[in-house]
Design a protein. Sequence first.
Lengths: 188, 395
Amino acid sequence: MIFGTGILKGLFVTLKNFVTSYFRKPDNGGIFTVQYPEERDKAIEAFRNFPFLAYDGTPDKVRCVACGICERECPPKCIHIVMEIDPLGKPARRPSVFEIDHGLCMNCGMCEDVCPFDSIYMDHAFEVTAADRGKELVRPKEALLKSNDYFLKIRPGTATLVDQKRRAAEEKKKLSRAATLPPQGPVS
Amino acid sequence: MSMPPFLRDIEFAVDLSLVNAKGWCLDLLGHFLPDWTVVLASIVISGVAILALGPLVMMYLTLLERKVIGRIQNRYGPNRVGKWGLLQPIADGIKMFTKEDIVPAQADKIVHFLAPVVIVVPALMVFLVVPFGERMTAVNLNIGLLYFIAVSSITTIPIFMGSWASRNKYSLLGGMRTAAQMISYEIPMTLSVVPVIMMSQSLSTNTIVMTQVGDLDLHWFIFTPWGLVGFLIYFLCAVAECNRPPFDLPEAESELVAGFHTEYSGMKFALFYMAEYMNAFTLCGIATTLFLGGWQGPFFPSWLWFFGKTFALICVMIWFRGTLPRFRVDQLMGFAWKFLLPLTLINIPVAALWFFVPERLAWLYSIAIFAVSFWGLVKLNCAFVPEKRIYPLAD
Ligand code: SF4
Ligand code: SF4
C-alpha cells in the first residue's frame, strides 16, 4: 500500500544529512570535502605518483646502473636511458641521460617493480606542472634524482626494508670477499 | 496581543520603510518636474524594482540551491568566489555571456530565437500581483489571482516553441511532456485555490491576505483543514508547474539530454533557467499569499515575513530535489488526474462545510472526510499486481 510514508522517510534522511553536515565529523554524517589547496589529506604510504631515482648520500652516487630494464618494461615507453661511457671507452655503469616523459607516464609503478638495483621508486609529489606539453614535461635526470633520506621520509616502511636488504647484501659481499682473500688472522 | 503604542509605531515605520522610500523619492521629483512625470516615475520605480528583483532572486536562488543540495550530499557547495561563494552567481553570469550561441542548422531560426525571450515575459509579469508586503503590491488588480493563473500558464507555449523549433527529437519529447504535464497540473492547482477564493470572497491577492488577519497575525488559511489540504495540493502542483524534481520530466537529463533546452546555449539557456527560477519564486510567493497569510506575521516587518515564508517554501522544493528520484510519465499523469484532482474536488465542499458548521465540529468532520477519501483514493490508485505464479515443475 502506498501512503507516501516512504517519501517522508526519505525526506527525513536528507534533512538529517543536511543538519548534521553542520556539526558532525566526516566519519558520522559530516562533510567529507577536503578543501584542497589549504588542507590536504594525510598522505598514504602506498600512494604513488611519477617515479624518482634514489641516490645514496650525494647525487653523484646514483644507484642506477643504466641496465635499461625499466626502459624496456615501461608500458608506454616513457623512459629514456643512455649509458655513460668512461674515458677508456667502457660503459661506466651509470646513466648519462635518464629522462622520463611525465606526459606519458601513467604512474603504473612497473619500473619500481622490475628494477634489480633498488634505484627507481614511486614518488608522492603529484603537483607536476609545465607551461608546455612537449618539452617541459620530459624530466631530466637532475629533476628525478632524490636522496635516500627523502625516500625514508615519504615511504618509511618500504625504504627501511630496502635499506636492510642492501646492508645485508653489502655485508655478504664483504664476507665473501674476505673469504676469497687469503686469511689474515684467526677466522672465527 | 497588545503592544505598547511606540513599539507599534516603530514596527509600522519599518514595515513601510520601502514604500516610504519610494514616496520620498517621488516627493523630491515633484519639486522639480511636472506632475505627469511624477506619475510616470512612480510606475518606472515599481517596474525597475520588479525587473531588478526577478533576476536577482533567480541568481541567488541558484546559489542557495547549490549550497543546500551540497549540504544534503555532505559537500560544501560553491565557496570559492567571494565570501561563502556569494559572488558565484555573478561569475556564472559572466560565463554565460561569453559562451557561444549555437543555433542548429535545421532549426526554425525565428521561433528558436523567440522562445527564450518570450518565456521570461510571463515569469516577470506575474511579479506584478505578488504582495511583497503591506502596500507593496505593484498592481492591486481585483482579479489578481485569475491574472496569476492565466499568465503563469502561458509558460507552456514558449517551452513548446523552443522544443519544436530546435528540430531535435529530445527537445520535442521534452516539449510534449511539458505540455502534458503543465496542462494536467494546472487543473488541480486552480481547483485547490477555489476554497481560498470562497473564503475571502475575492480574487484580489491583497484582499486574500487581508482576510487572514487575526490575533497575533496568525490566522492563516493553512491552520484550517481545507487550507492544509489545499496548500499541500497547491504546493505539489507548483513543483510540477515549474518542472522541478521529482516532476522534472521535461528536462530529464538522464533520458532526454536536457529536454526542451537541449539545443540552447549561452544566454538563451540562461533565460530558460531564469524563467524557471523566477516561476519557482512566484509560485512559492503565491502559495504564501494564499495559504500562509502572505505578509502577515507578528513582530517582524511585513516584507521580511513574506520573503521568509517564500524562501522556506523554496527550500522545501530544493529539499525535494535533493531527495526524490524522477516520476515515470504514467505515474505523473496518474498522480494529477487520479489522485490530486479528486482530492481537490473533495476539498471544495469541505471548505463549504467549514463555512457553515461551528469550528470544533468542522474539524472533526473534515478530518473524517479527508481520512476516508485519502484512504479510498490510495486504494483505488493501487496498481494491479498479479499474484506470483508458481511453476511446480521448475524447481
Ligand atoms: S610508472 Fe609506469 S609508466 Fe611511469 S615510468 Fe614507471 S613503468 Fe613507465
Ligand atoms: S632504474 Fe633500475 S632498472 Fe632502470 S636502468 Fe636504472 S638500474 Fe636499471
